[in-house]
Design a protein around this ligand. Structure first.
Ligand code: ADP
Ligand code: MG
Length: 315
């Protein structure tokens, strides 16, 4: 493996949090309804993501870790449909290049275990596994000392993973998610509703309401519940977590006089735009979103928030 390719891998693999993000997205893409995530040493020594999705055959396993291979695009236009998270076929090969990786997978018919060290296939053998896939990442960046050095403390790395896991907990109530660090359960989110997931992630919020617009939905808190930063304000566009400065301002405009400066009410807002209607451009890494008609979208969200907060104000 060349240094260049290891550095390139570092563009996709930033740290344990990005590994978890990519692996969980793959599990969701594989149709899993149960996902287990486990870390040791904040993910620096060990990351496991196990799912009960459709799994991989022996051939699919070998192809999956090759660069720029994906099973998810049939036609080029599919890239724009964003129906699955993955489409670049970079993640698994990049992770494989900068770690010791073990993938165990079963398509329900056959079941194998593939071991890769620093991008080199060490072994592939038959190995029992229930239908689905388990990916284990040992010693991230063991062969890229410059990157390894920049990993933060186990506690900080774990916190970043937790933030990612919380986004999945909120966006996929239909998938059971178990998340552990050093044998300790951080989250055990059973299959349920958005309400239940919201309460799990934000247990301090006792008063909130559900919003159901045509394409804007979610949960927002009463103005009495707020944070002094925006960590309780989460947006998903077509199911993907996005960060957009302009989007945050819908809270200020929507709540209006119900909140004072510096108080940021909680909100988990899903924007599902019919793909043929709007050109949504979500950058795969940067979490940025570009709407072709942002004004219309912001004002629709604001209208939905205003409608929803009436429940609190009328009290
Ligand atoms: P992408 O998700 O962009 O296709 P990845 O590198 O993340 O690329 O994954 C490569 C391929 O490996 C996927 O297209 C898929 O076929 C397969 N794969 C990865 N993870 C899983 C999984 N958990 N279950 C089933 N197949 C998987
Ligand atoms: Mg992927």
């Amino acid at each position: 493996e060349s240094v260049v390719s290891r550095i390139a891998a570092g563009e996709v693999v930033i740290g344990p949090f990005s590994v978890v993000k990519e692996l969980v997205e793959n599990s969701i893409d594989a149709g899993a309804n149960s996902i287990e995530i486990e870390l040791r040493n904040g993910g620096k020594s060990y990351i496991k993501v196990k799912d009960n999705g459709h799994g991989m055959s022996k051939d699919e396993l070998i192809i999956a870790v090759k660069e720029h291979t994906t099973s998810k695009i049939e036609k080029f236009e599919d890239i724009y449909k964003l129906s699955t998270y993955g489409f670049r076929g970079e993640a698994l090969s990049a992770i494989a290049r900068v770690s010791r990786l073990i993938i165990t997978s079963s398509s329900g018919v056959e079941s194998h275990r593939l071991e890769i060290i620093g991008g080199r296939v060490k072994s592939i053998e038959e190995y029992p596994h229930s239908r689905g896939t388990t990916i284990e990442v040992y010693d991230l960046f063991f062969n890229v000392p410059a990157r390894r050095k920049f990993l933060k403390s186990a506690i900080s790395e774990q916190r970043m993973v937790t933030e990612i896991v919380e986004k999945f907990i909120l966006s996929t109530p239909q998938i059971s998610i178990l998340y552990k660090n050093e044998q300790e359960i951080i989250y055990h989110a059973k299959t349920g509703t958005l309400k239940e997931r919201f309460t799990l992630v934000f247990p301090e919020v006792k008063e909130f309401t559900e919003m159901k617009g045509t394409y804007v939905s979610g949960i927002i808190s009463s103005p009495d519940y707020y944070r002094k930063n925006r960590t309780g304000q989460i947006f998903f566009v077509q199911g993907r977590y996005v960060v957009d400065k302009m989007l945050y301002s819908v809270f200020e405009t929507g709540y209006g006089e119900a909140i004072t400066t510096g108080r940021h009410p909680y909100g988990v807002i899903f924007i599902n735009i019919p793909p043929e209607k709007v050109d949504v451009n979500v950058h795969p890494q940067k979490l940025e979103v570009k709407f072709s008609n942002p004004k219309e979208i912001y004002s629709d969200i604001i209208r939905t928030i205003r409608e929803a907060i009436k429940t609190f104000i009328s009290k």
